[in-house]
Design a protein around this ligand. Structure first.
Ligand code: ADP
Ligand code: ADP
Length: 231
């Protein structure tokens, strides 16, 4: 079952920069796809087109068979969790409150939202007894990224988009986060598209890896084994 389908997608920014060209990409339900390539080759632009933070200039994007350009953006984003490097937690709110924001936004009662947020913190490996009442600056970089993942999962979206989610984390913590995230992804059956410039991370995490090249073109798309066999 194809969850995300990009057909002939291109993006030319207003200043004339061509960020993405002629991109065809299919992501299956429950699949973890990693977009990799040098800086400036259109990975983030592609991700932002999928959740419609940016409009494609050409082509079509479908999620679960629905065209994202005609979908209601609020409805669309409810089905998509978005994790970025600068996750932007509210600095003056406790961790629990940061995660409760999303269920509250969707009309849950305070008690239900708190229970859900507590469950999510546990899910991403943060002990609520230790961390729920702390503020973002009292957490390490890796712990803050976990909170970002918890918040992205709060609405239980079938799709997660992640842009360099582990980029700001030191290498040892990073490998642990990668492994834990993979387990979480598999257990929850989420469809994930993740951007990285780190080829090792891409090969370690991707069920399939999309290699972007200069000019926003897709150079290769396949399993890590396929890419290693035909570099
Ligand atoms: P990546 O994520 O692979 O680093 P991006 O998608 O961020 O690449 O950028 C692709 C290209 O588009 C780059 O040349 C970048 O400078 C350009 N770009 C990104 N955002 C904008 C923008 N808002 N306006 C104009 N050009 C942009
Ligand atoms: P990391 O390598 O994951 O970035 P840090 O060195 O930043 O880890 O943090 C190590 C530990 O110190 C973490 O458990 C974190 O919760 C705690 N910590 C970091 N900053 C503060 C702070 N300002 N107040 C209290 N605890 C902190």
């Amino acid at each position: 079952n194809v969850m995300i389908r990009l057909s002939g997608v291109g993006k030319r920014y207003d200043d004339g920069t061509v960020a993405v060209q002629d991109l065809d990409l299919e992501v299956l339900e429950g699949e973890m796809v990693v977009l990799v390539g040098p800086s400036g080759c259109g990975k983030s632009t592609t991700l932002k087109m999928i959740n419609r933070l940016i409009e494609p200039s050409t082509g079509t994007i479908e999620i679960d068979g629905r065209d994202v350009t005609t979908a209601d953006p609020v409805e669309l984003r409810r089905g998509i969790g978005y994790v970025i490097q600068q996750i932007g937690l509210f600095p003056h709110q406790k961790i629990i409150t940061n995660v409760m924001t999303v269920p509250l936004l969707y009309g849950e009662s305070k008690a239900t939202a708190r229970a859900r947020a507590t469950e999510l913190l546990e899910l991403v490996g943060l002990d609520p007894a230790l961390h729920a009442e702390r503020y973002p600056h009292q957490l390490s970089g890796g712990q803050r990224q976990r909170v970002g993942v918890a918040r992205a999962l709060a609405a239980d979206p079938p799709v997660l988009l992640m842009d360099e989610p582990f980029g700001a984390v030191d290498p040892v913590v990073r490998v642990r986060l990668q492994e834990e995230f993979l387990r979480l992804q598999r257990d929850l059956g989420k469809t994930v598209v993740m951007v990285t410039h780190d080829i090792d991370e891409a090969v370690r995490m991707g069920h399939r890896v999309a290699v972007f090249a200069e000019g926003g073109r897709l150079a290769q798309y396949g399993t890590p084994a396929e890419l290693l066999a035909h570099p």
